[in-house]
Design a protein around this ligand. Structure first.
Ligand code: ZN
Ligand code: ZN
Length: 360
């Protein structure tokens, strides 16, 4: 199905095939998870070029794919040569290395073919998830929810952000995650004003804000969640701002509907924050696609004109970062667009304002 749809899109661009160099796109199209290899999609064939380390794995993970082993001492370009004569082939301009590009280009000139830059061809297919993919993201989200549940009672005064981040990674792996979705973010106190704070050696103290942003991976599929909460009592401005960000997040989730664009949803959150004079502190996009990678196409950016469709999965994560007041708030959930075209939450951990006991 995926391959047929891709072939249709290639034909529309008058391309005879596509050189799939992106690891995740390769996995998406044929199931092969190895870090090295090239998938050549043509009108009638699907060929996966791997070296001897991966032949067995490729045979186990794929069906209806011709595995072409690159012999020891040989190279990919020579292995490709017999199959690309005179073809007009697309390549993935956004993720290919310059070295790989020049190799392919020299080959295509030699065989009287052509190399054509493409953008988001496979990523465009990946936007719409199958039921199986959604189930995997759901499980990744459930692991993240359970991790939060487990981790919050473990926070103590004097623990460093890094210690907490490591604990999150460890617990989520114990709960079935294949690894952290990205470098787990734990920011406390004034460090919450940094939109992408890396966990540091800073010790968590009583009566400050904590922001946790992390995700789990299940069967290759990602989740991504952010919660911000008080560790002990925090000031009134923080709590008021929290309610405004939460209201904007809920409005954006409510606004998801068929017939709207992804940009419309970003604008909904941005306008809600503008009414509270907070829009100038919202310094990033509202969200991003989520699937076989954590931050994938498309972005929920103000100008994104892609229409909302059933079975899309993406994050909704408004955030404000008030460096003068030395705090930031972000609340992030993962959603799937359901049959009716509405947003259905995949992450379920409570996002009502929460104060955690710091005297334990
Ligand atoms: Zn996140
Ligand atoms: Zn995110």
């Amino acid at each position: 199905m995926k391959i047929e749809e891709l072939r249709k899109r290639l034909a529309e661009k008058n391309l005879a095939g596509l050189l799939v160099t992106d690891k995740i796109n390769r996995r998406y199209l044929c199931g092969f998870t190895g870090s090295n290899g090239l998938l050549l999609v043509t009108e009638n064939n699907l060929r996966l070029f791997v070296d001897g380390r991966y032949t067995q794995q490729a045979q186990q993970q794929t069906t209806e794919v011709e595995i072409c082993e690159i012999p020891v001492g040989g190279n990919l370009i020579e292995a490709l040569r017999p199959f690309v004569k005179g073809l007009s082939l697309g390549f993935e301009a956004g993720t290919i290395s310059y070295q790989a590009f020049t190799g392919f280009q020299a080959l295509m000139i030699e065989v009287n073919g052509e190399l054509v830059a493409t953008k988001n061809l496979v990523e465009g297919l990946r936007i719409i998830k199958t039921a199986k993919e959604i189930a995997a993201i759901k499980q990744a989200a459930a692991i993240a929810d359970q991790t939060l549940e487990m981790i919050l009672p473990m926070i103590r005064v004097g623990m460093t952000e890094l210690e907490l981040a490591n604990e999150i990674d460890y617990r989520s792996k114990k709960l079935g995650s294949e690894g952290p979705a990205f470098e787990t973010i734990v920011a406390s106190g004034e460090r919450t004003a940094l939109p992408h704070a890396h966990a540091s050696q800073k010790k968590i103290t009583a009566n400050e804000l904590i922001m946790i942003d992390f995700g789990a991976i299940y069967q290759g599929y990602y989740s991504d969640i952010t919660r911000t909460f008080g560790f002990g009592e925090v000031g009134a401005e923080i709590k008021e701002t929290y309610q405004k960000v939460l209201a904007a997040q809920k409005q954006a989730i409510q606004a998801v509907a068929l017939g709207k664009t992804l940009g419309n949803i970003d604008q909904t959150a941005r306008q809600a924050l503008a009414q509270e004079n907070l829009a100038q502190y919202f310094s990033h996009n509202l969200g991003h696609g989520i699937g076989l990678s954590c931050h994938e196409y498309p972005a929920l950016a103000p100008t994104e004109s892609l229409p909302i469709e059933k079975n899309m999965t993406f994050t909704i994560e408004p955030g404000v970062y008030l460096s003068d007041s030395e705090f930031g708030i972000r609340i992030e959930d993962d959603i799937v667009v359901n049959e009716a075209g509405h947003a259905e939450l995949l992450t379920h951990f409570s996002k009502e304002w929460m104060t955690i006991d710091c005297n334990r």
